[in-house]
Design a protein. Structure first.
Length: 373
């Protein structure tokens, strides 16, 4: 098993859900934002000492859900203070950005970190398409073109050109190049069967980072099955390391203490930071079936319901170890991404979760892996 420390760097200072999207910025404070970034960098750097294999940062726009419009800026700071841990964007909405610029920035991060970058590329959520005034019906075609263009940027050594439906570059020569010829490993969203099939066709990793619905693990299982079917048809077998799942996580001395911390943090995340775009998501889903629609965002389940469904990690170290083992046995995922900075969770409680992971959870899986080997 491998483990990822994930954070969207949420804004913890709202007292109510905004009544519309984009989020108004009258509550933004630069000093408080600097503290959020400092805390995030400290946690991401500490993740290496705790035994995490990778760190990941979400990308969000025009919202307090996450205040990182470009994860590579924070990851570059983490790169200079670490030496081993992988650095992943989770994820960059490639169809909405300039793919050449994405390729350049990712290559720069890869060189800066001596080959530790992971290119987490996604189609993007519906509100991002509204922010950039792009039709979400074009998302899959744009994404496929952007991925191929980014790969070409990393592998082509000559001056070359690119023309496709959505992108046109008459003359390209991308500097810098990544550490390896093929470029950083790619990590795509694993939230739909179609996404799983596409990822398998590119031999990319897939990850489901945000699990909203109580049946989310069944959906993830179907995506992994679809991935494996495409891989088998192409004549190769993916290892478990290609499959990643992310869950809100709180580890404390006792189950009750962890629940007392995680419950209000989840309430803040889903009742304050989320939900302002639900009406528009339903309208988009009516024309682009299913895209971006998570009905339980409108009536977020309780912590107890999430625990029963297996879509959070919460409890003492022994409880969390058992939860991870059951998750692995059910899905066969090789990487678990722990989202510990949930909503308004305090940095002290996040640090405690990380230290419990380092002291008890990580060693339990290292021992199990040694016995298996």
């Amino acid at each position: 098993m491998k483990f990822c420390y994930f954070t969207p760097v949420p804004w913890p200072h709202l007292d109510r859900r905004p009544d519309h999207w984009p989020f108004p910025t009258e509550t933004f404070d630069a000093t408080q934002a600097a503290a959020c970034y400092d805390n995030a960098i400290e946690q991401l750097v500490h993740a290496e000492a705790c035994g995490f294999d990778m760190v990941g940062i979400g990308e969000d726009h025009m919202t307090a859900y996450g205040i990182v419009p470009n994860p590579m800026l924070l990851l570059s700071a983490v790169a200079r203070q670490t030496s081993r841990i992988k650095l992943a964007t989770m994820g960059t909405p490639a169809p909405l950005l300039n793919p050449v610029r994405v390729a350049e920035e990712m290559a720069m991060l890869d060189v800066l970190s001596n080959g530790r970058a992971i290119a987490g590329l996604i189609r993007g959520v519906p509100q991002n398409y509204a922010a950039y005034n792009v039709d979400p019906a074009e998302s899959r075609e744009r994404f496929a073109e952007a991925v191929e263009l980014i790969e070409r940027c990393w592998t082509n050594d000559d001056v070359w050109s690119w023309t496709s439906t959505h992108y046109n570059f008459p003359s390209l020569s991308v500097w810098p190049k990544p550490v390896t010829k093929r470029g950083p490993p790619m990590l795509f969203s694993g939230n739909s069967v179609e996404s799983g099939r596409f990822a398998a066709s590119r031999r990319a990793m897939i990850g489901a980072i945000h699990l909203y619905n109580l049946d989310a693990l069944n959906r993830v299982a179907s995506v992994i099955d679809a991935y494996k079917e495409v891989a088998a048809a192409d004549g190769w077998t993916p290892d478990q390391g290609r499959f990643l799942i992310g869950l809100p996580t709180c580890i404390a001395s006792t189950d009750q203490e962890a629940a007392d911390r995680l419950a209000p943090a989840l309430d803040y995340q889903f009742n304050i930071l989320s939900g302002t775009y639900n009406q528009e998501k339903r309208r988009i889903a009516a024309t682009t079936p299913g895209y971006g629609l998570s009905p339980t965002e409108e009536e977020p389940p309780s912590l107890h319901q999430r625990l029963e469904s297996g879509i959070v990690l919460c409890g003492s170290p022994a409880t969390v170890i058992d939860q991870i083992r059951r998750l692995h046995d059910r899905l066969g995922v090789g990487t678990v991404a722990m989202h510990m900075q949930v909503g308004l969770m305090t940095p002290a409680h996040v640090r405690e979760s990380m230290d419990h992971f380092a002291d008890a959870v990580r060693p339990a899986f290292q021992a199990r892996e040694a016995v298996t080997s």
